[in-house]
Design a protein around this ligand. Sequence first.
Ligand SMILES: Cc1ncc(COP(=O)(O)O)c(C=O)c1O
Length: 385
Amino acid sequence: MSTVEKRADWTARLASAKMSSIVNHIADPLQQVDRVFVRWRGQRLLYFAGCDYYRLASHPRVLAAVRRGLQNYGLNVASSRKTTGNHALYEQLERELAKFFHAQRAVLVDNGYMTNLAVAQAFRGEFSHVLMDARSHSCLADAAELLGAKIVHFAHRDGASFRQQLRRLGRSARPFVFTDGMFSHDGSVAPLADYLAVLPTRAALLVDDAHGAGVLGRAGQGTPSHCGVQDERVIQTVTLSKAFGAFGGAILGSCAVAEAVLTKSRCFTGATPVPLPLAAGAIASLRVFRTKPQMQTRLHANAVWLKARLRAGGLTLPDAPGPIVPVIPRSPAEAAQLKRRLVAAGIHPPLIRYPGGPEGGYFRLVISSEHTRAQLAALAKALLS
Ligand SMILES: Cc1ncc(COP(=O)(O)O)c(C=O)c1O
């Protein structure tokens, strides 16, 4: 083979390797048709997936605010908030977030993933151990690496395992506990009150509430509110990209926490903030959410209704408050069969593999406040037939 031929062969192999990794590792493209339907492989199908629990990502008032934001402010501040990229809109959003979540302060960061990294950078070197739920989201695992403390896991949502591991750390330890609030794979909740009851005062608890925020708690304030927990040791991190349908992440805590993030987190000081139109969208979304509490009531009523129907039909589901129905196939053949059944019923089959979920993949079926009872009944029928 000549050098030119070898190069052509190598380029072709590289191109095909890139293609196959894309095909294997990223899901099929999906197009939103309206608030409950998507287009997938050329078919219009009912959508029970994702994390836009209220479909606020397509709410007319949110979209109008994004358009106005674009017209009024342009797309991007193109510098860090530490230099010339701060804007009154970011500060307004932070005030509204702090008010909504009943926190002393909120710090806006680029996305939910970054919230926990920013907290870890802010407190690097200050804790002896990270005590982490074994099924924590990957961003908490990355944050744990950044904190610069010894990492110890406890069994998933297991208060007894938590206490045992805490005791093993010794009296002089200063642990930082990391856990998701509501777990995305099945909508279950971390027993935050149990953890806090035995944690020393010098410890802290980081709750990644990407899924609990806007979903759990009396007015959507998330997992700490759901668990009846109000404690200075808790730092709650949230995303604006799921229940709130906008974009960005926020760290909620005391003034001291905000101060530490603003001064020590390199991923806060060294990054361009959320595009301004999306910050405007997030403000609008919080307002829609606050003024329409019936959305949250509808979401939970839908979840309770569907889960009751499925249980009555013989399906075993976890006892969890989240609007998520995990269906775990026992074999690839069973997965393929359910996939076909769902598509035949006009429903998109959300068979996914995601960190924290079952290793072989599962159907993560997600209920929205915007699904009608007839649509939920169609899903129940397809799952039970
Ligand atoms: C538990 C959890 N934390 C953080 C994130 C990241 O949030 P974002 O998508 O806003 O980066 C996700 C999912 O995307 C998540 O499921």
